[in-house]
Design a binder for this molecule. Structure first.
Ligand SMILES: Cc1ncc(COP(=O)(O)O)c(C=O)c1O
Length: 363
């Protein structure tokens, strides 16, 4: 079987042992005579997986069941752009939004349709080439929404913004479970699964119970965090297969030493790629201008000169070395190496070697 060094930004690479186990689960789950794709979400086979995934996640995050609710929702992370303000932004309150990239801008613009929004800071004037500076928080805001890793632009908060004065709501779609999360100031974290967690179709939310208690109830139940929490994420049919895969990914993560273990690996991986780029400043332009803001999940860069033919040649030569999915997002161009948890360290070594060889005319 051929296995590419897959830098796709999401859906993205998954751990091989997870895919191998899932290929068995597609045929039969737990001696049931049924595929994971065929069992009822109300039956024991699925329920065992569902609650195992919930409990594994809480344990990995160092949270107790009394402290936080885990939700498995469908619809993609974009649904959260609407659900967050519908649930937590009542009339008479303002929510703070930090706009560090395209997804943060979308989240803020959706929230504006629901209620009062203050853009606490934006990096739009810098074309999001660095994180926003000079954050202005609203006193007693409903919450402060932050995209903790900007997938398209390649910036990442290394520490959560301080002094928000209101609970943080994190869109952690492209970094969730790549490192520990400090839940002391977080009300809600959400992440679309298709980067670090599993296949597309699942969005994982973790809500502190004290924050969840403040959610509105006079909204359609399918969009209500409280309704989903009350039903243990079995309010309607959950994305069964994606939750099953998520549980396998969590098991794999435990074997990597949990969030601390994977953080160290992710730091080493990112350093390999950035170091190779930095060795050739006349050849490569890292897209992020501040080194401190560089993402450990999405490494964005360009070739100097902006020659489209050269860009094509770069991608073709990379593919010839089994380095796949390096094209940058269509809105920003250039290149992006998405090196999520499941992306192997030797793949980063292979990319670093290619970057050096290409710059020296040896590729
Ligand atoms: C940070 C971030 N937020 C939200 C989204 C939207 O996710 P979805 O396509 O699951 O709605 C993405 C997708 O890449 C993302 O990277």
């Amino acid at each position: 079987m051929k296995r590419a060094y897959n830098f796709n930004p999401g859906p993205a690479i998954l751990p091989l042992p997870v895919l191998q186990e899932a290929s068995q689960g597609i045929l039969e789950i737990g001696g049931s005579g049924m595929s994971i794709l065929e069992v009822s979400h109300r039956g024991g086979h699925y329920e065992a997986i569902h609650f195992e995934a919930r409990d594994r996640l809480l344990k990995l995050l160092g949270l107790k069941a009394e402290e936080a609710s885990v939700l498995f929702l469908g619809g993609g992370a974009s649904v959260q752009f609407a659900m967050v303000p519908m649930n937590f932004l009542p009339a008479g309150k303002t929510a703070d939004y930090v706009v560090g990239g395209e997804f943060g801008a979308k989240a803020a613009s959706e929230a504006k349709k629901v209620g009062s929004v203050n853009v606490a800071a934006s990096s739009e004037a810098d074309k999001h080439a660095r994180l926003p500076r000079g954050l202005h928080w609203t006193p007693q805001a409903a919450y402060a929404h932050v995209t903790s890793n900007n997938t398209i632009e390649g910036t990442q908060f290394q520490a959560l913004p301080a002094d928000t004065g209101s609970p943080l709501v994190l869109d952690a779609t492209s970094e969730f479970l790549s490192k520990p999360v400090d839940f002391s100031r977080v009300g809600l974290v959400y992440a679309g699964a298709q980067k670090n967690l599993g296949p597309a179709g699942l969005t994982v939310c973790v809500l502190r119970k004290d924050f969840l208690a403040t959610a509105r109830e006079d909204i359609p139940a399918i969009l209500s965090y409280k309704a989903h929490a009350k039903a243990d994420s079995l309010f309607n049919t959950p994305p069964v297969f994606a939750v099953y895969m998520f549980n396998l990914v969590l098991k794999w993560l435990e074997a990597q030493g949990g969030l601390e273990g994977i953080r160290k690996v992710n730091e080493r991986k990112a350093a390999l790629v950035y170091q190779a780029l930095d060795e050739f400043p006349d050849f490569y332009d890292p897209a992020v201008t501040e080194k401190a803001d560089r993402s450990k999940m999405n490494v964005t860069f360009r070739l100097k000169g902006g020659d489209k033919e050269k860009d094509k040649e770069f991608l073709a030569k990379a593919e010839a070395r089994n380095l796949v999915g390096l094209k940058g997002h269509r809105s920003v161009g250039g290149f992006r190496a998405s090196i999520y948890n499941a992306f192997p360290e030797e793949g980063c070594q292979a990319l670093a070697a290619f970057l050096r060889d290409y710059a020296q005319g040896r590729a």
